[in-house]
Ligand binder design. Structure first.
Ligand SMILES: [Zn+2]
Length: 325
């Protein structure tokens, strides 16, 4: 089942940067990043705050559109090696040109060129979900939403929000989500990872999203679990990320199986895979070992992901065909 075609809906482009790629950029730029790697060359950190420090340090060498084009290629190679045939990556104009529309277009062009090349050569498709950063505030989010709306199309297909769930209220971002929706973008929001069930409810009520990034802490509220199941809301679940950051102590404690059994549409993604020392293949392995998921379950999960993908109908049908659903 490890070789099954996989569809990934929740991946941060910078957060998926292979360590060797970041080391290569650092060498070219003469930047010393040795402090963020362990002896094996993996990202090394202790706890969430230190994770953010290491993540941000790694991102400092991602500067130009060309860097992001090369990053896209490195990330898609890594995903394709893990059997991923379609991936949706969060990309933020905050980090690609400081929310300037002209600069954002240049970054996007470089990312798209690399994605199209990877699709031809590796058979993996990419779509971009433009993401605003919650702790940068609602005004920055409006500028980000404008970048998203102006570039919406067959490549930029979604809009979302990430960042510190502890700051501000989701309602403050409703204007940006409305703008993105009017531009034809499909919507997702990080919630129910660090925030509890109310954060998931807020995302549904104020931002009117069709998918939730994580959303796993909905399990703490049975009425909310029922609502998710009835409304067909799709959860972009990242089990390895949740365990690595201590949202749950172990895979055995993770609620993905309870949510699935309750009829919630769960999918599987890696979030920031090298930072959490995971891959899609390792996620599949862990779920198989822990919950005894068989090939049928994984095929269902991949089909759910394909149906929830922010892509056109023809692409979705091709994905379903490749999955064998
Ligand atoms: Zn995420």
């Amino acid at each position: 089942m490890n070789e099954l075609p996989k569809v990934e809906l929740h991946l941060h482009l910078e957060g998926a940067a292979p360590p060797a790629f970041i080391r290569g950029l650092a060498r070219e730029q003469g930047v010393d990043l040795s402090g963020i790697f362990d002896a094996q060359g993996n990202y090394a950190y202790r706890g969430f705050v230190d994770f953010l420090r290491v993540y941000e340090a790694a991102c400092t060498v991602l500067r130009t559109p060309r860097d992001f084009g090369r990053l896209t290629r490195a990330v898609l190679e890594q995903s394709a090696e893990n059997g991923v045939i379609h991936t949706e990556a969060f990309v933020s104009p905050d980090f690609c040109g400081g929310r300037d529309l002209g600069a954002w277009r240049e970054y996007l062009a470089a990312i798209r060129e690399a994605a199209e090349e990877a699709e031809r050569e590796l058979g993996i498709g990419l779509r971009v979900i433009v993401t605003c950063i919650r702790h940068f505030g609602p005004d920055a989010a409006r500028q980000t939403a404008r970048c998203a709306a102006e570039t919406a199309g067959d490549f930029v297909t979604g809009f979302g929000i990430g960042g510190d769930e502890g700051q501000g209220s989701k309602a403050d971002f409703a204007w940006s989500f409305d703008m993105a929706r009017e531009a034809g973008l499909r919507l997702t929001a990080h919630a129910g990872e660090w925030g509890g069930p109310d954060s998931v409810r807020d995302a549904l009520d104020h931002l009117r999203v069709e998918r939730i990034g994580h959303g796993v802490r909905a399990i703490e509220d049975p009425a909310l679990v029922d609502r998710l199941a009835e409304d067909g809301i799709v959860l972009e679940v990242c089990p390895g990320s949740n365990v690595a950051l201590g949202v749950y102590p172990s895979m055995r404690d993770h609620p993905i199986e309870r949510l699935r059994k309750a009829g919630v549409k769960v999918t599987v993604s890696t979030d920031d895979p090298p930072f959490f020392h995971t891959t899609m293949r390792q996620e599949y392995d862990a779920l198989h070992r822990t919950f005894d998921w068989d090939e049928g379950v994984f095929r269902d999960i991949a089909a759910t992901s394909a149906r929830a993908a922010f892509c056109d109908a023809a692409t979705r049908d091709t994905l379903l065909e490749r999955i064998g659903a």
